[in-house]
Design a protein around this ligand. Structure first.
Ligand SMILES: Nc1ncnc2c1ncn2[C@@H]1O[C@H](COP(=O)(O)OP(=O)(O)O)[C@@H](O)[C@H]1O
Ligand SMILES: [Mg+2]
Length: 581
């Protein structure tokens, strides 16, 4: 195995810069989010301050109205805090979800346009894990860890602020716990990550031992090897238990360090409180509120440490995403074709110097025209299709769309006008809706359903457990090959390009599915120009022109009827096909 050159990873600063740029694109919701967090933070302070007031009221002989008023404030603050917290979470999602979607699109855009050499050097696994696992990691942390972390930080900052507003000496006393907390964190962080990973690995191994044991039970019994499998399960279980115990011990030790910090901090606050009260500088109510404020920090600090791992992992995933998104793209010249006329002028291609796989060929595809390309495996069909779609730069010749040379523009510009559907259709981890929105980010649900209907996919999507919201892809509902192709066709309807290159898009399906897929392709192609690379000759009958490739050379071209009449290679193919069909 050769050395891998993985795709770049952005620095934390670059990741932060790009995240900020994305978040800033929704200024309204961003402002709502920040305000809601601030209001929630402030409202959270009120009950504690009011308890202080009640203590003072009771201590000074007691005025019933004061107590009632304080309680009323507490209730009101509680309601405001709850509302603001709910609003902050909801509005955060409105800021973050579209930003993440944009980032994912950028990553995807870059990933899909990486030069082949780069992908080969990085390994396809690296590319796939970026657009799959890394996006999932960030998304999952956004659902829980990020809101919880933010609200913990807000509580922390406001509570410490609250301590200081009571009396700066109480504030300083609270801060006395800081070195102890830092000590606990510095001990915990380097221990926890590796240990949690080890725990997950041990659990994975145990699951693997169990599953292989159960699946292979028959075979093992036949060979008298049950004992061996049982021993493996026993060993893996013992190892998992062992790690779990060590994790527990670590957690207990960490808990001890946390409790010690809490003890020190609370002790310091109480001592400082005693001192302010006895010296007449502060009231008993203030000292009470200070102690309660400090106690109020226990949960957010615990939550921050507990979530540290998740947030750190999400941060790492984010830098991996931004690393790809920030890759320099091709020249950003805009493609502004005056019409949808596609001209291939003497294009030829050699993947390696001296090994020409496509001899010079010219094609003209005026709006609405369909050219079918046929030929044996290795004849150069995919190469020709990729060149026509602007996905592969030919070694010689030019590709013009509406008079503009595709070599001078960014491939993402080309994609808006020319769609390429290949055999390897990607189903991205996400919902059916996400998969379609890739092609039409602004499409409404009725538009998505219409697109699915055109691709003859409406019925089976409706039958999915959650319709458009069904998660598909490796970890979700698995789609069959024809279904994946139909999603790709629906994406074409949504993207609405004027030219489509269909590379053997129907070849994968079994014969019944293939016919339906062919129908779907016909419906989607209606009204567009198309280069159809066909294995099934039913696709060539209605084409305006058929091009027959053989070892990279165009050996025949003309309409179906002309070629059949010529009794050459195509006529042979057609006869063989008609007999079979
Ligand atoms: N990325 C590549 N690198 C080197 N040679 C390639 C590459 N892709 C295709 N080829 C070669 O180019 C020729 C044409 O391939 P292709 O266009 O895929 O034909 P078809 O689609 O008709 O099967 C074949 O000899 C194939 O081995
Ligand atoms: Mg091919």
């Amino acid at each position: 195995m050769s050395e891998r050159t993985l795709l770049p990873v952005a620095s934390g600063r670059d990741a932060a810069r790009r995240s900020w740029r994305l978040l800033r694109s929704r200024p309204g919701w961003l402002a709502v989010t920040v305000s809601a967090f601030v209001v929630a933070g402030l409202a959270g302070l009120v009950p504690v301050l009011m308890i202080g007031r009640v203590v003072d009221a009771v201590g000074s002989g007691g005025d019933r109205d004061d107590v009632v008023q304080a309680v009323a404030w507490m209730v009101a603050a509680g309601i405001v805090a709850a509302g603001a917290t709910a609003l902050s979470t909801a509005s955060l999602a409105r800021v973050v979800a579209p930003s993440l979607a944009r980032l994912r699109e950028d990553v995807l855009d870059r990933a899909l346009h990486l030069e082949t050499e780069r992908v080969e050097a990085a390994g396809i696994g690296d590319v796939v894990s970026r657009v799959g696992d890394d996006v999932r990691q960030v998304t999952e942390s956004l659902d829980e860890a990020v809101p919880a972390t933010l609200s913990s930080v807000v509580t922390l900052v406001f509570t410490v602020g609250g301590l200081f507003t009571l009396d700066w000496r109480l504030g300083l006393a609270g801060l006395a716990a800081t070195p102890f907390y830092l000590g606990a964190v510095r001990w915990y962080v380097p221990h926890s990550g590796p240990m949690y990973r080890e725990e997950r690995r041990a659990q994975g191994e145990r699951a693997d031992a169990l599953v292989t044991g159960v699946h292979g039970a028959e075979t093992m019994r036949a060979f008298g090897r049950e004992r061996h499998a049982i021993e493996r399960v026993e060993r893996a279980s013992a190892a998992a238990v062992d790690v779990a115990l060590r994790v527990y011990v670590m957690f207990t030790r960490f808990g001890f360090r946390m409790n010690l910090s809490e003890l020190v901090g609370l002790g310091a606050v109480l001592v400082a409180g005693y001192w302010t009260v006895s010296s007449g500088a502060g009231s008993i109510g203030d000292a009470t509120a200070a102690a309660l404020f400090f106690h109020r920090l226990f949960n957010p600090i615990g939550a921050l440490l507990f979530l540290f791992d998740t947030v750190q992992a999400a941060g790492a995933a984010l830098t991996r995403l931004v690393g790809v998104a920030d890759l320099p793209g091709p020249e950003p010249t805009r493609l502004d074709p005056r019409d949808a006329d596609l001209h291939l002028v003497d294009v030829e291609h050699a993947y390696e110097p001296g090994h020409r796989v496509l001899a010079p060929v010219s094609l003209h595809l005026p709006a609405g025209r369909v050219v079918a390309v046929v030929g044996a495996t290795g004849a150069g069909k995919t190469t020709l299709g990729a060149i026509a779609a602007g996905a592969l730069r030919p070694s010689g010749g030019r590709v013009l769309l509406g008079g503009q040379d595709l070599a001078s523009v960014d491939e993402s510009q080309v994609r808006r006008h020319i769609a390429l559907v290949t055999q390897e259709v990607h189903v991205f981890a996400g919902t059916v809706r996400d998969n379609l929105r890739l092609a039409g980010p602004d499409a409404t649900d009725p538009e998505l359903w219409d697109a699915l209907a055109t691709a003859l996919a409406r019925a089976w999507v409706e039958a999915l457990p959650r319709g458009l919201d069904t998660v598909v892809g490796d970890r979700g509902h698995r789609l069959t090959a024809p279904q994946a192709q139909q999603l790709a066709l629906a994406r074409i309807v949504l993207a609405d390009p004027r030219v489509v290159v269909l590379d053997e898009a129907t070849a994968e399906a079994g014969s019944s599915g293939a016919r339906e897929l062919e129908q779907a392709a016909l419906r989607v192609l209606a009204g567009r120009s198309a280069v159809v690379i066909a294995h099934r000759l039913t696709q060539t009958r209605d084409a305006d022109e058929v091009v027959v490739l053989h070892h990279g050379e165009v050996v025949e071209r003309g309409s179906h009827d002309e070629l059949v009449a010529r009794a050459g290679r195509y006529a042979d193919l057609w006869r063989a096909w008609s007999v079979r069909a």
